[in-house]
Ligand binder design. Structure first.
Ligand SMILES: NC(=O)C1=CN([C@@H]2O[C@H](COP(=O)(O)OP(=O)(O)OC[C@H]3O[C@@H](n4cnc5c(N)ncnc54)[C@H](OP(=O)(O)O)[C@@H]3O)[C@@H](O)[C@H]2O)C=CC1
Ligand SMILES: CC(C)(CO)C(=O)C(=O)O
Length: 335
């Protein structure tokens, strides 16, 4: 167990996909005690057998991180659990790891999307919940294998104001920062979460629908205009929740990614939808803004359309699979 005053921590990362693996690797290499928990048995088996294999800024790194399935993880006693599952897995995963969450355990949520605190509050006291966002990227290439490149940062803040929570959160910022994760304490994490949701509400859907990476999307002629229209809808809904987004600043933040280190990155939604044919997080991003807009009487036609198109593409994956299982009718040349 780690000394409570030292600048290393005992950390469990729940969700050892691309991002969980990145944070796990960097925090472990910086001297923290890190365990991974993941629900994908093939991934657990691969990391257990051969270690976490990362293509890390162009070179291969193998890290022998301990990894557990949620059912095996009950004996871990982390100071902080970093959540990196997909939004739609969060509730079930927290239920599965309930035995890990003691009264002193902090939970840090770095998932993309809106409203995760409402789920986490069912499992931990508000003064032990830390929220944040990250611009780091990652991608899984196979169970136990990840590709990590580029630069990023992390912003976090304790959900409920309070001295103990703030002290712990600031210590966690130091731990993340010393691992090279470029972390800062946010004075307004609600704003940071909405601002990051705008990045995902634009780039993740647009790159998934057009099947391109961030830099390629940035080279299409209507890129900035489409982004502005979507961000305007996010801003109108955010204002109903007392978050005043600066549309020009947010659009500039998003368009800056076209030529940044992450230009070659295929957003996580693309990885889910196009590469792995898995459900996406759309209902927690544009879908959440669409639902909130309906509640506040704010029209959000772009968010509605994007949500429906992404769901349509999810369904098409299944429809194509069904069709390919049905033998095709004989062609004329066969009769
Ligand atoms: N990837 C990125 O660049 C970024 C991602 N984020 C956010 O971080 C969070 C975690 O995302 P990310 O790390 O990308 O998630 P991943 O898809 O890499 O992994 C999440 C979980 O999904 C399951 N899984 C992943 N791929 C497969 C597969 N091919 N077959 C079966 N199961 C699979 C695994 O658990 P299980 O079996 O339990 O489903 C895994 O733990 C999300 O909220 C995301 O939006 C934020 C910034 C950047
Ligand atoms: C890297 C970034 C910001 C791309 O939108 C992201 O959060 C993701 O891939 O989900």
């Amino acid at each position: 167990m780690t000394d409570s005053n030292s600048q290393t921590m005992n950390i469990t990362i729940v969700g050892a996909g691309g991002m969980g693996s990145r944070f796990g690797l960097m925090l472990h290499q910086a001297g923290n005690s890190v365990s991974l928990v993941d629900g994908w048995q093939a991934n657990v088996d691969a990391i257990r057998t051969a270690g976490l294999v990362a293509r890390y800024n162009g070179r291969e790194v193998v890290d022998r991180l301990p990894i557990y399935s949620p059912q095996e993880a009950g004996q871990l006693r982390p100071q902080v659990i970093i959540l990196f599952v997909k939004s739609q897995q969060l509730d079930a995963m927290l239920e599965a790891i309930r035995p890990l969450i003691g009264p002193d355990t902090y939970l840090l949520c770095l998932l993309n999307g809106l409203g995760h605190e409402d789920i986490i509050k069912k499992y931990a006291a508000e003064d032990h919940i830390i929220l944040g966002v990250t611009m780091w990227t990652a991608g899984m290439t196979a169970p136990g294998h990840v590709t990590l490149f580029g630069d990023g940062n992390v912003e976090l803040q304790n959900l409920r104001p309070g001295e103990a929570a703030e002290t712990f959160t600031k210590r966690l910022v130091t731990v993340l920062d010393e691992a090279g994760l470029n972390a800062v304490y946010s004075e307004n994490v609600k704003y940071s979460i909405w601002r990051k949701a705008c990045v995902n509400g634009t780039m993740n859907c647009l790159c998934s629908l057009l099947e391109c990476n961030i830099g390629q999307y940035g080279r299409t002629s209507a890129a900035a205009e489409v982004i502005r229209r979507i961000v305007c809808e996010f801003a109108a809904v955010a204002a109903c929740e007392q978050v005043q987004l600066d549309v020009d600043e947010v659009v500039a933040h998003i368009t800056a990614t076209f030529t940044a280190d992450i230009a070659d990155h295929y957003p996580s939604m693309y990885q889910d939808l196009v590469v792995n044919h898995r459900p996406t997080e759309i209902d927690f991003i544009d879908g959440a803004v669409w639902r909130k807009g309906q509640r506040y009487g704010v029209p959000t036609p772009y968010c509605a359309l994007l949500t429906q198109l992404i769901h349509g593409k999810e369904e098409l994956g299944r429809i194509r699979q069904e069709d390919s299982a049905i033998p095709l009718p004989l062609s004329r040349t066969d009769d």
